[in-house]
Design a protein around this ligand. Structure first.
Ligand code: ACO
Length: 326
């Protein structure tokens, strides 16, 4: 068959927590504003940890969950735009830390949608090479690209990593990835991180400028995110003969509670079937979907037999959906 199966899931976030009250101390904002506009109450922020530390911990948990050993992995995909270094890639560093070599490590860049894009790449690899055992991580140290003096962005983001292991073999407790749909619109004004790119190179002696930081037009992102995630969710359901009533758990990209609720509403999926943890983690970009998926499974929100719908949206612009039968 052409199906891939999720054999194990795990996530990891840094120890340190910034509550909204903590942010009030260094930027002109209030807990009330942040909660009412975004639903976010706290976010985890790295202190000494890096992308490598978080992907390593998330991977250990996914391996344990799958009952597999690191040695069995054939490919390592990391969705991120905040790897420890430009070269080597996050995936190469992770391979080394796992004590492996001669695997196929690569990073995938699709901003917040990176994990779902990486899942599609992993599925294609499994079709070509059915013996593959593929680690797919989403990790972001977004706070390294946050301007802590800009209240309109700094309250939104957090750091974290999530990981899944994908194989062609079914197994007890595994999730069958029925399909992934991807879409995009090349458009860089509403959401970007420019600094360090070859059009905006850093020069010796530069101090950090605005371009180093994530910049976005919040209102426009909000509208596009709701519209795109809803449309591509309906498309994947229809393609496989499902309706929104068949969905047991909807996991939208955890950007903002209002976006999550609006997508649920548009799809007419009751709120108790819409999973969110944005309240505790903020927007962790490429890590948001795998963290939410791993947590929902861990706490029993996702049960055996459940049909799970993922919907994502991010910079690029990129978006996508995924159907998984647990
Ligand atoms: N605390 C207090 N006031 C603030 C803050 C803050 N942290 N941030 C902005 N404000 C002020 C603004 O200055 C503005 O004041 P003004 O009217 O005097 O100019 C006022 O609040 C309203 O600002 P808006 O931007 O209009 O507020 P809005 O209701 O649109 O909410 C938000 C802003 C939360 C960013 C919203 O647009 C949103 O959620 N957008 C989606 C963005 C997002 O989630 N991006 C994540 C990255 S993209 C992704 O992950 C896919």
């Amino acid at each position: 068959s052409n199906f891939s199966y999720i054999r194990g899931l795990g996530y990891h976030v840094p120890e340190r927590v910034y509550t909204n009250a903590d942010l009030e101390k260094f930027v002109d904002t209030t807990d009330e504003w942040i909660v009412s506009r975004t639903g976010i109450k706290q976010r985890h922020v790295v202190e000494n940890e890096t992308c490598l530390d978080l992907t390593f911990e998330a991977t250990q948990k996914a391996l344990k969950d799958s009952g597999m050993e690191a040695d069995e992995l054939t490919h390592i995909l990391v969705a991120t735009f905040t790897a420890d270094t430009v070269i080597p890639s996050a995936a190469c560093l992770l391979m080394e830390k796992l004590g492996l070599s001669n695997r196929i490590p690569m990073d995938i860049s699709a901003a917040c949608s990176g994990f779902v894009y990486a899942l599609e790449v992993a599925r294609a690899l499994i079709c070509l090479h059915p013996d593959s055992k593929i680690l797919v991580c989403g990790c972001e140290i977004l706070t390294s690209r946050v301007n802590w003096e800009d209240r309109s962005t700094c309250v939104l983001f957090g750091d974290g990593a999530g990981a899944v292991i994908l194989t062609a073999e079914n197994c007890q407790n595994s999730g069958k990835v029925i399909d992934v749909l991807l879409s995009s619109e090349g458009e860089g004004e509403t959401l970007n991180v420019r600094g360090g790119g070859s059009a905006y190179p850093y020069k010796l002696g530069d101090t950090v400028g605005e371009n180093h930081f994530i910049q976005m037009q919040g209102r426009s992102i909000y509208r596009k995110a709701v519209r795109s995630m809803s449309a591509i969710s309906l498309e994947i359901l229809a393609k496989h003969g499902f309706t929104t009533e068949d969905v047991d758990v909807l996991i939208p990209h955890q950007a903002n509670m209002r976006i999550i609720e609006a997508v649920g509403k548009k799809l007419e999926i009751p709120s108790e079937k819409v999973f969110s943890n944005v309240e505790r983690f903020g927007n962790t970009s490429a890590a948001s979907i795998p963290i939410a998926l791993a947590e929902a499974k861990e706490v029993g929100v996702i049960k055996n037999g459940d049909l799970v719908l993922l919907a994502t949206f991010g910079g690029g612009l990129t978006w996508g959906s995924t159907l998984i039968q647990f």
